[in-house]
Write a protein that binds this ligand. Sequence first.
Ligand SMILES: [Mg+2]
Length: 236
Amino acid sequence: MSRQKLLLFDIDGTLLDTGGAGLRSLKQGFIDAFDLAHREAEFPRLDLAGTTDGSIVDALFALFELEKTADNIEEFYSIYHSHLETGLANRPAGEGRRLPGVKRLLTHLRNETDHVLGLLTGNIARGAFTKVEVFGMPGFFEFGAFGDDHPDRNKLGPIAIARANERFGIQFHSNDVYIIGDTPKDIACARACNAKAVAVATGSVSEAELVALNPCFLFTDLKYQREAFLEMLAAD
Ligand SMILES: [Mg+2]
């Protein structure tokens, strides 16, 4: 059996696509948390791909000149999260999906290998676990690094690795850490901690754009390229 690896998965565009409920909940959560309905027109267009909820907080608090206190941040996260839960539960039929092949791959990794699975995502922790659960993947992930750990995604790799080391009593070498995601920011995040950048072209970024960034591995999806993904882990 190959050496034990640490696999850190991004969520949106990699494991699942909320189909808009995530963005709607962020916006409505912010408006409701700070009574900003009268300023809705000033709300910027948010590009969520690869970003962190923490960096969105930074940008929105600055734009609306709100004080960035722990209480204010928690107020926003808590209202955002309750909108997310309701929004996902009541989303229109056909909106949002788990991405093809993901559950089968995760099941195989959990049952047939001793690799460690974690999350590395810009979502706040409670939002991350809600999304994973709503889209039928509860129990695959017990830990990770999240958008409320640090607003800079490039700081999340070392946090996730430290948590894995502590939790499993292993010292993962950066060569054995794979960061799997759908955007250039996931690739940058892997490079920032010398982990292996594994790009998947299942999100909003085209395969050509990802290829141009020269990730260690690139998969068009995790369904038809499932075997190739497993071979990647077995190869070294
Ligand atoms: Mg993503």
